[in-house]
Design a protein around this ligand. Sequence first.
Ligand code: AMP
Length: 292
Amino acid sequence: MQILRTAADLRIALRGAESVGFVPTMGALHEGHCSLVKQAKAESKIVVLSIFVNPTQFGPNEDLAKYPRPFERDCSCAEAAGVDFLFAPEVDDIYPPNFSTSVSVKGVSESLCGSTRPGHFDGVATVVARLFGLVQPTHAYFGLKDVQQCMVLQRMVTDLALPVELKFCPTVRESDGLALSSRNQYLSSKERERAPLLYKALQMVAEAVVRGERDVASLEQLGITKIAEDSAFRLQYFEIRSLPDLRKISAIADRSESFYSGSFNAEYVAVCAVAAYLGETRLIDNILLASQ
Ligand code: AMP
């Protein structure tokens, strides 16, 4: 594995590459990131993983300064997972002094995390667009753990006709259901024991859908009530939205508009998404819902 520190070195390394699978990350790598690398490895000749803690996607009171940056460990993880090139640029290489562009995807970015983290998805879309320009991947891999990010980026790629195919990969979880996240290390041991409640609430909703419940308000209430069992959680949202547009819906539809990701054999019509604070740590998770 080669470590590349500048955009210029990256271009030289990738000159002539035909099929490039790209996994953008903010580092503090875990099995979730590795699963993206593994899928990329299976589908592309060359796998590039970037590590860049993107300042523009953090709000003023968020965790940019304390975001974990275990670079040596990340290098070992990336190499073990099969990364060919690890691109770890400095902020100036991604945002040079005269950088003046912002990519803003309307609609799909405005609900859920978009309303609780203003400007977050502009930061994400802008950095991913720039990284796509630098890496010029044929395929790029994202985790459905961040389902809204997936939908925002798919909208961007479609609207701007960017020559890259996005692949969305399933959420990797701990054995008790907690979705892996670089931020889980902020949790105290007591909080860590409580954290799986979020996925339990999502599962309850998915099971109710399987049993035939279609009313969104009832389904949302089911999950909200479950999370309220533990007062340590401060819920930001627990919402069911359509896929891929993340519009408000009143009932789980019968596949009039469905979202299909190549990684799945099923078709999903909606997503149930949650964000909650547990102590100082903000956790997000979601579950995809199929109507049959
Ligand atoms: P991050 O470093 O948090 O920006 O995440 C980089 C990529 O890894 C994003 O596409 C995430 O959606 C994905 N990712 C993060 N956690 C997981 C997980 N538990 N399972 C699958 N993918 C994940």
